[in-house]
Each structure stands twice: as C-alpha cells, then as structure tokens.
Design a protein around this ligand. Structure first.
Ligand code: NAP
Length: 338
C-alpha cells in the first residue's frame, strides 16, 4: 500500500476527451486510491466520467484565467494537460504549485515556449514532454528493444492507423494546425537532423505486420529527437499510413499496429536487423492514455522510485522502458518480433 490516497488530486485538464477518459481510467487501474480531478468546459460530461472511475470529481476549467477558473486554495499533486494550451497558463499554474506537469499535445516544433518557461524557473516543477507518439509508449518500447544491440545505426518506426481513428475535436484541431502551419516533419538522416521537404524524404514504403506494403509519411513528433539523444543512431524516422476502414479484419474495430525496426550491431560484432510489432485493438488514444497514466504514477513516485525532482524530462528519462513494455502487455497490447 503506497501513500496515493493521501495525495492531492491529479488534475487532468481535458480529462473527459477521447484520450483523457482512457488516461483517467488507466491511472485508476494502476492506482485505485489516487484522487483524480477531471477538468473540462462541460462539467456534466466530466462528472459522469468521475462517477464511473470513482475517487474522482469534476471541475470547470477556464483557460483564459491565470487561476484556470479554479477555486482559491485548490491544490493538486500533478497537472496533466490533454489539449493544446497555447497560453501555457497550465504550466505556470503547475510551477506555482511546485507539482509535476505533463505536456501531451506538443509536436517537436512546439516546445520552445515551454523550454523557455522552464529555463526561467528551473527548480519550480518537473515538466514532462509527452507529445511523443502514443503517449511515449513507442519511444519507450524502442529504447527497450535497442538494449539488445551494442550500437544502433538506424531506427524506422512505422504505424498503420484506421482512417476513422482520428480522436476527438481537440486532436482534429491539432492535425489541422500541423497541416497548415508546419508541413515539414523532422527526421534524422545520415547523422543530421533534417526538416524534410522533398517527397523522397517525407515518404517511405514499409511492410505491415502481415507483410502488406503501406505508403507512409513522416510526422513531426518528438520521438525522433528523443531517440537520437538516447541511441545516437544516424538514421531515425517515424512514418504513418492510414488503412481504409473497408480493409479492417471482419468483426474488428479500428485497431492499429506499430512496427519498430532496429538496425545495428550486436555485442559480438555481428550485424543485426530486428522488427518488433505492437498491435492493439483499441483506437490509438488507448495506448496514448496508458502512456500518460504510467507517466503520472512515476512522476508522483508511486512506482519505480522517489517522486521525480524538478527538471525538464522526456519519457525515457523518467520511466523504466522494460516496466512499461510489460505493463502494456498485461493490459492487452500484443508485442512480438515479426
Ligand atoms: N501524445 C499523444 O500520444 C497524443 C495522442 C492522442 C491525442 N493527443 C492530443 O491530446 C489532445 C486531446 O485529444 P482528444 O482526441 O482526446 O480530443 P477531445 O476528445 O476533443 O478532448 C479534448 C478535451 O479537452 C477539453 N477541452 C477542450 N477545449 C477546452 C478548453 N478550452 N478548456 C477546457 N477544456 C477543454 C474537452 O472537454 P470540453 O469539450 O468539455 O471542454 C475534452 O475533455 C489533443 O491535443 C491531441 O492532439 C496526444
């Protein structure tokens, strides 16, 4: 028994959305006694979710106010923000409270203002970047699989999503923002970071788990930067393909698959090329929400060591990759070599 029940509530801003409700439920599954507060504009909807998960309540959030519209004296153990807060009031709020902050909706080109706010007050709060693909679960699985190699030369991550698996209105808004504002994805190519502009660099054909060829496009997520920092692989990229709903297996919902391909050298010097697959039957917000829940319990020190100290973090700097992979398997994601 840990001290979860004695902590202040974890505030999930956007906790009633497609990914939010999954994050809240996953955290409840991990920590049955941890108080949770679900923040949104529609309190009726958030309250219904709070009743469903238990030890939870709902609160109206006003992102136009510095106090987020919360009553004076409100106190939280962590602030998790599952929407794009382009004012960063939520980060200032977490810094003022001196509690962990999870940023979930930032692409690789988005993080400058958060870095600046952290640099101003570096000892105020632990700030975790978790805009990574599927809430950091894929980056962590990649770090885990990379451990069997002495040196990683290339990392190619591929994902196949159902065309109807688009998330809620907030996620659609983000997609629109990326499509209009920043068309170039970040890749690492021959040891250089490249904001890819040519079709040859942006696109890649890859093989799905069952051998189906897919045409993927790179996407500006944080994974390339994080995995480059951990492995120093000279070629790293992450590509998505959309599967028409008509090609779902009979009777199946909009599940997704991710293939992590690692090329490098083993400890005995022999070359190695391995492919691992993560196959999940939920929409992609399922794994993403689980990633957020695993991050929160670790930041609070409810598993894997003491509470995380103030600093700027990426998931692989906070979470134990092997633990995350085994947890995802327990929750039902199929993870295997292909
Ligand atoms: N890192 C990752 O792996 C990952 C994966 C999936 C999604 N995402 C990101 O997560 C975010 C949520 O996606 P989603 O599919 O869950 O979207 P969604 O279903 O539209 O959920 C948005 C949530 O935020 C609340 N909200 C929206 N605007 C608000 C405002 N102005 N003030 C207060 N609350 C507000 C909504 O409730 P009300 O409408 O009641 O306010 C709802 O709870 C998006 O930014 C998406 O890009 C990240």
């Amino acid at each position: 028994m840990n001290n979860a029940s004695k902590l202040n509530p974890v505030l999930f801003v956007g906790g009633s959305g497609v990914v939010g409700r999954r994050a809240v439920k996953a955290l409840r599954d991990l920590q049955p006694h941890l108080p949770i507060r679900i923040g949104a504009r529609d309190v009726t909807k958030a309250s219904a979710l709070a009743r469903e998960v238990g030890h939870a309540d709902a609160v109206r959030i006003d992102l136009e106010r510095d106090d987020l519209g919360l009553p004076p004296g409100s106190a939280f153990s962590a602030v998790v923000v599952l929407l794009k807060d382009d004012s960063l009031r939520t980060l200032r709020y977490a810094q003022d409270q001196g509690v962990p902050y999870v940023s979930f909706s930032d692409f690789v080109f988005d993080i400058g203002p958060e870095v600046a706010l952290h640099v101003q007050r570096p000892t105020a709060a632990p700030t975790l970047f978790l805009g990574h693909f599927l809430g950091g679960t894929v980056a962590l699985a990649t770090v885990h699989f990379a451990r069997e190699l002495a040196k990683v030369h290339a990392i190619r991550i591929s994902a196949v999503f159902d065309e109807e698996d688009v998330g809620g209105p907030a996620a659609l808004g983000d997609m629109d923002r990326v499509a209009k504002g920043v068309p170039s994805p970040l890749i690492r190519k021959e040891g250089r970071f490249l904001w890819a502009t040519s079709e040859a660099d942006i696109t890649r054909t890859f093989q799905g788990v069952d051998g189906t060829p897919w045409n993927g496009r790179a996407y500006p997520l944080l994974d390339v930067a994080s995995l480059a920092a951990v492995t120093d692989a000279s070629d790293i990229r992450l590509d998505f393909a959309l599967r028409p709903a008509s090609r779902r297996a009979p009777g199946q919902g909009p599940g997704h698959e991710v293939i992590i391909e690692l090329e490098g050298v083993k400890a005995d010097g022999t070359p190695s090329l391995v492919r691992h697959a993560l196959v999940d039957s939920d929409v992609h917000s399922g794994l993403s929400g689980k990633g957020a829940a695993l991050a929160v319990e670790r930041l609070l020190g409810l598993t894997g060591g003491a509470p995380v100290k103030p600093g700027l973090y990426s998931p692989e700097g906070v979470l134990d990759a092997a633990y995350v992979v085994s947890r995802l398997q327990e929750w039902g994601t199929r993870i295997h070599r292909v």
